[in-house]
Design a protein around this ligand. Structure first.
Ligand code: PGA
Length: 257
């Protein structure tokens, strides 16, 4: 199974900046082997980048997606509109859960909508600082994951990616903290245990589980070797093509050893 590295550009880069970034990244990653690299720009940059990128090296993803295939939701973008343009969609990112009222139930519907349109959902799961301080990490991960996977069958699961992304570890969170290796392996183990209960040990082992939250070019190598980590979802450090290329290389080097 290839490792996966995802760039979440958030609300950054206009079309020409996005295009410039991809030119530079394509130069600095001459070969991408054993790693799938996904770029999630803003909606406006998706089509220009689709025309520009080397599709053998890079895939595109959206940063969000609407829960319904089509609806009166003015300004929203649904999975059927993105079909063929993106291979992945980030679903349930903590920013959207916190600021756009995305509920656990919505996340389940978004995942189902992605699957209907052959888009791989990258489901973000994670507790915030308060939930962690109250010792509720396990419970939060379980309720978010159960809702996200409510309509996902064992057959669907191979086209689903799960990201362990503790909100307190995201670089832009207030008082954010870099996670310790045990934090990362601990949350990923919780996720795999829930997957094992729902789908069995084999399916759980074969599911791609990423880590996200303050991944950068200095810690990627250390995090990439941790048990159960199949790759990264990278925010801030994905905005610098040199740093992002180094992160891709760290994951690639691990896959080659
Ligand atoms: P970060 O963001 O890498 O800047 O912590 C990750 C994310 O929010 O997806």
């Amino acid at each position: 199974m290839n490792k996966l590295v995802v760039a979440n550009w958030k609300q950054n880069f206009n079309v020409s900046e996005a295009s410039h970034f991809m030119h530079r990244l394509q130069e600095s990653t001459v070969k991408v082997k054993n790693v799938d690299v996904v770029i999630c720009p803003s909606f406006v940059a998706l089509h220009p980048l689709y025309r520009q990128i080397d599709h053998h090296k890079f895939k595109l993803g959206s940063q969000a997606i609407h829960a319904q295939d089509s609806s009166p939701a003015t300004g929203e973008v649904g999975a059927p509109m993105l079909r063929g343009l993106v291979s992945y969609a980030i679903v349930g990112h903590s920013y959207r859960r916190a600021h756009f009222n995305v509920t656990d139930k919505d996340v389940g519907q978004k995942v189902a909508s992605c699957i209907r349109s052959s888009i791989v959902p990258i489901i973000c799961i994670g507790e915030n600082a308060l939930e962690r301080a109250e010792g509720r990490t396990n419970q939060v991960i379980k309720s978010q994951l159960d809702a996200a996977l409510s309509s996902v069958t064992t057959e669907d699961l191979k086209d689903v990616v799960i990201t362990s992304e503790p909100v307190w570890a995201i670089s832009t969170s207030k008082n954010h903290k870099e996670p310790l290796p045990d934090d990362i392996t601990g949350s990923i183990a919780i996720i795999r245990n829930i997957l094992t209960d729902r789908y069995g040990a084999k399916a759980a082992k074969n599911t791609t589980v990423l880590y996200g939250g303050s991944v950068n070019d200095s810690n990627a190598r250390d995090y990439a070797v941790l048990d159960g980590v199949d790759g990264f979802l990278v925010g801030g450090a994905s905005l610098d093509h040199n740093k992002f290329a180094k992160i891709i290389n760290s994951v690639q080097n691990i896959s080659e050893t």
